[in-house]
Design a protein around this ligand. Structure first.
Ligand code: GUN
Length: 318
């Protein structure tokens, strides 16, 4: 079998086009320009690239886009002050503090300082709890992107067996919740899982998010499995060239899987696209607006397909 590549770049472009249409509707119907503020502490080269990409794409789609580049030795109090100002700023709908933060800053104090209504990363315990309880919530961007990619190749996830390797707060845990809500039987695995290859061999879908280059081998996969590679590992190849590789041995896995995401160009672009989608979602929810979007876009708003939450009325065309 030669797996078909799931083209995350093209799918993200399509999602961004839908988000751009929503941004235009918000402006035309409600004179609202959604605002995204991205905060970076220090000069981690990878984080700097991510933050620039997020801010640039937001601007390109018509958002108000602000970047706050703080020195690596900024005090926690000063960072919290920036967040407080952004919480109070009516023109800002989404606040993202790029992780990781330097060790002298308390991660949870920062995440909990962000107004949950502007928490477009979905990392605040308020949103984490609501997601777990099946209530409308801002959900983390990478898991939303993973579910979206899976849905492009299999529309009904009900009853499928999924192994998610990795149990991080950013990816593995929320992804297990979203897939469970979609009807999957989810095994939350990790590097320490005994007989990890055997768990994978029984799965219809394997999602690798362990941060371990080439972990998932071809013979770990059931023939025809769907493979989603969330890993982004920087390695040096045999010629001394720096290379980005995923958590899956792509060449081997391609011979067994039915569909597979590449690295780069798979999950990565979806994360940024969902950040923008979440920012529109936050702009709409915060103002209690009613926004009608293309019915085909329903699945990009998983939280809106759940039970509606009191006054928040995200009316969707059917
Ligand atoms: N660092 C790596 N991924 C992410 C993400 O999705 N959000 C934030 N804020 N930081 C990250």
């Amino acid at each position: 079998m030669n797996a078909i590549r799931i083209d995350g770049k093209a799918i993200a472009e399509d999602l961004r086009a839908r988000v751009a249409r929503d941004v235009a509707s918000l402006k035309a119907e409600w004179s609202v320009i959604p605002g995204l503020a991205v905060v970076l502490v220090g000069k981690n080269p990878a984080s700097s690239v991510y933050v620039k990409t997020k801010a640039r794409q937001a601007q390109a789609l018509g958002f108000k886009s602000q970047q706050f580049l703080l020195p690596g030795d900024v005090g926690e109090a000063e960072l919290l002050e920036v967040i407080e100002e952004l919480n109070a700023d009516e023109s800002i709908d989404g606040i993202l503090v790029q992780l990781p933060l330097p060790g002298h800053i308390d991660l949870w104090r920062v995440l909990e300082a962000i107004d949950p209504a502007k928490d477009v990363d979905g990392f605040h315990p308020y949103n984490v709890g609501r997601l777990a309880a099946g209530r409308p919530a801002l959900a983390p961007c990478t898991p939303l992107g993973v579910v979206h990619l899976i849905r492009t190749v299999v529309s009904n996830l009900s009853g499928l067996d999924v192994v998610v390797i990795g149990r991080s707060n950013i990816i593995g845990k929320p992804l297990a919740l979203l897939l469970g809500d979609a009807g999957c039987t989810v095994t939350g695995a990790q590097l320490q899982t005994r007989n990890l290859p055997d768990f994978c061999r029984k799965a219809d879908i394997v999602v690798a998010a362990a941060g371990c280059a080439g972990l998932v081998r071809g013979d770990w996969l059931k023939p025809g499995a769907i493979v989603i590679d969330v890993g982004i590992n920087r390695t040096i190849d045999s010629r001394g060239t720096a290379k980005l590789v995923g958590d899956v041995d792509f060449a081997e896995a391609s011979k067994r899987a039915s569909y597979i995401t590449p690295v780069p160009g798979g999950v990565g672009p979806m994360t940024v696209a969902y950040l923008l989608a979440n920012t529109v979602n936050a702009a709409v929810s915060r103002r209690r607006l009613s926004l009608v979007v293309n019915p085909e876009a329903r699945h990009i708003w998983p939280s809106c397909d759940r039970e509606q939450d009191g006054a928040v009325d995200l009316q969707r065309a059917t």
